[in-house]
Structures are given as C-alpha cells and as structure tokens.
Design a binder for this molecule. Sequence first.
Ligand code: AMP
Ligand code: MG
Length: 521
Amino acid sequence: MIKLNIQDTFNKELPADPNKNNTRRQVFEACYSFVTPRIPSNPSLVHVSKEMAETLGFSEEDLASQEFIDLFSGAKVMEGTAPFAMCYGGHQFGHWAGQLGDGRAINLMEVEHHQKRWALQLKGAGETPYSRTADGLAVLRSSIREHLCSEAMFHLGVPTTRSLSLSLSGDEVLRDMMYDGNSAYEKGAIVCRVAPSFVRFGNFQIFASRKDTDNLKKLADYTIRHFYPTIELGTPNAYLEFFNQVLDRTLEMVLAWQRVGFVHGVMNTDNLSILGLTIDYGPYGWLEGYDENWTPNTTDRQNARYRFGNQPGVAHWNLYQLANALFLLVGEAKPLEEALERFRPTFEKAYGEMMKSKLGLQEENVNPGLWATLETTLSLTETDMTIFFRLLSTISKSDQPAEAIAKIKPAFYQAEDLQGNVLEEWTAWFQIYLDYLQAEIVSEEDRQKNMNAVNPKYVLRNYMAQMAIDAADKGDYALIEELYQLIKEPYAEQVDQEKWFAKRPEWARDKVGCSMLSCSS
Ligand code: AMP
Ligand code: MG
C-alpha cells in the first residue's frame, strides 16, 4: 500500500461548487468543482521522474506497484482524497475569454514530505465541468513534451511545475494535429504534474470579472497564507504587497526563459502561475538559431504575440490584467500602477546582469550596447544560441578576434555565411568583447566555470523531444529515459553525451513537432 502524508488545503479551505455532477457549465462563487478521473481502459506506465518521486517520498516498491499505475492514470482514487478541477478565466491572445478552468486537469491531493507541500494533478484524465467543447484528454506526443521539459527546466534552474509520471491510458484520442482537416487517432496519455500550487492569474480574474470580491478575497488570503508567508494579512496593503511579490517572481521566471532560450508559446493569463512557475507546456520551443521574432506556435504565426523577444512585454501585460483583478482588494489604482511601472526598469537591470553573467563579465562598467550589438550580430546569420554561449567560455583574453571567431564557429548553421559584412560585424564585436575580457580580474579558469554555470550545454531541443516521441509511438521508451538522464545535468560537460551538443539537424528544420507546433495536444 502506498502511504503518503496527505495534507489537503485547497479543497478544504476554499469554497466548493455544490454541484457534484460532471456536466459542463458556468460555475459561480466557487474555486473548484469535485470531479472523478475517468477510468482508463488499459493504463500502463511509460516513465517516472525518479528525482521527483523521491522528493515526494515514494519508495522503490511504491513505484513498481500496480497501485502507482492506478493512482496516477486515474484508475483509482486514493482513500481520504477528494479530486477536483479548478475554476479560472483568462485573457487568450489579448482578449478576455471568460470562464476556462481545468478542462483536462484534475487535482488529486496535496502531499507533505520533508516540510514541503506539493499538489499532484493529472493532466489528460478526462472531462470536467470546465471541458467546454473538448474531451478532457491528452495525447502521447504532447505529454512526453510536458513530462521531459518540466523536468529539464527544473534542472536548468528555471522556476517551473514538475512532472512525476507519464502513463498511457490505453485509449485512443482523436486529434487534428495541424488543424488542416486531417484528424487521426493517437495514443491517449496522462501526466501527473506536481507543484506547490497550480493557481493561475486567471483564478483571480474570474472572480474579479464577476465582481465577486468576497471569493476573490478568500482566494487571495489563501494564496498569501500558504505561499507568500512574509505578507501580513489584515489590511489592503497586504494585497498590494502580494501583487509586488507576484510581479517579482514573474519577472524572475521570464528572465530565466530569456537566459536559456525558452519560448513558452501560449502566455495567456490562464497559463501564468501565481507562484511565478512555468506552467502548461504546450507548443513551447527552444531557440536554435537566435531569433527574437521566433515562436514555435503555428496558431500564433501571424502576429507572433508570444515570440521570444516579446515574452517580457507579455509578462508585463499579463501582470496588468492581474492588477486589474486585485484592484478590487487594494482599493486604489495608483500604487498598483507604480508597481507596474517598476517592471520595465527592473527587468532591464536584471537582464543586464544576466547578460553580463552569460558573457563572463564581472566588471562594473559594461555598456549595455555590448549585448544589444551581440543580439543583432547573432541574428545576422543563423547562429545557435546554446552552442554560441557555451563555446564563448573557451575564449581566452589573449585571443585575437579571428581566433575567437574560429572557436565559436560550430554555432553557425552555414559556416560559409561567415564572410563579408557578417564577418566584419563579428570581428568588430569580438574586438570590444576581448577588450572587456582584458579588464576582468578573475582567472580564466574561474570565468569559464562561472559562465558554464549559466550557459547550459544541453537543452531539450525541439528535435530531441520529437525523436523520443517517434520512438515512443512505436513502443520504445529508451530515448525518454536517455534524455531524462541528460537533462538532469544540463550544465555538466557529460562528454559521453556530446552527440546532443549539436545544432538541429537539417531534417528537423521544417518538420512538424520540431520547429512547428500547434496548440493541438
Ligand atoms: P491552454 O491554452 O492549452 O492551456 O488551454 C486553454 C483552456 O482549454 C484551458 O481551460 C484548458 O483546460 C482547456 N483545454 C485544452 N485542451 C483541452 C481538452 N483536450 N479538453 C478539455 N479542455 C481543454
Ligand atoms: Mg492552460
């Protein structure tokens, strides 16, 4: 028998929807609706994150048991727990969309282990009152992407929700993957996600949109009490302080995305965590060639609202929407506006510090033009972001620009582009960069070590996840485990894994699932 230290709070302390039927509807004056996961026809376990399992207190025996498969595929509900789906709203692509909610996520329980409390949630375990016109299910390809990427982000040091397990339901799920009228059956899958809380900006917005100040306050008080313990409740100032802290955490999260080249793809307000965690891995992607205008999301190709370079701006826009919701509790607009005005300068400053660390510079007076010019130069010809920054640490103070360029050459997708104007720009940039390096007092060895701690060697490149998906579709899960092991130490050299320290192969350039993803999942 699996024994967990269950400590539910959300479904104990917050108002529930009195209607227990699993019918699609608008839910008012409640934070969630009780719902039971759908029984999968033939559940099986594909992969477990051992690291996450240990963090939650599962034993080896637990992981090998039938009970584990049953609990985390939705076949069985643990005694003493009451699963539920949350009610939230959101702005999708800039427009208020009304009630959304957990359409295919079902919260199982909260588990306490080593003084930390974790919420466990199944994604793809069937319909809920919030499923609207969809089926509440998820397919294997998107579930592999979520399972591996959330663990990869965690090990990269990016605030994120986690993943405990990936299971197959044994059921078939119909999807029109590219929204082009070609529907096909795919394998249904279920991920068990883990986070201190899955509350989003949209959970607050839905109450504000309905002028339900009473429940808005209950949710804010709950969130502050459990997740922002430095804030003293009891005055309107608490909600202002809450907003300021959410802003800081959101800023840190996006800053980390920009550092590692992660593009979320669907930064709607229902996909922004109130804890500043990366949440809802859908059509996300990793920058290969450095391109601020890139988005993996084909649904967003036209406006590219959620492109790489726009992520800080969208975070700010989303915080504005959250401020609008919290205004009902703060009572004054001015201090919220002041908080929002702080975002851009704070981000700029933090971004500068972050770029300096990527460049290995500790000196005080570095002109921000250095990274501004670098970003333009990186975009002149297709240059792999991850490889570029990783190789940058191999440059030494005594190098001439030509020697430095030779060292970072493997980052260029077309080495023959490195001539004429492109070569001149790189030479000019390295001349300035090498001058800065001369002024550094840390040893070359220490600088390299520092740089390699912020510039990952291995990220979950889009094509790598796709290779794991293609193999898993045929029943071979070895690559999922291989990539899982790889991404656990993204900053380590891992010399026997050099094959993954490589540019995207040409076959993956325009392949669906690699550079192009729709929201279909
Ligand atoms: P997303 O932007 O993908 O995070 O989803 C937006 C909304 O659609 C959320 O309320 C999801 O719960 C819901 N949703 C997405 N896919 C499904 C599905 N297959 N079944 C039910 N609801 C879904
Ligand atoms: Mg979502």
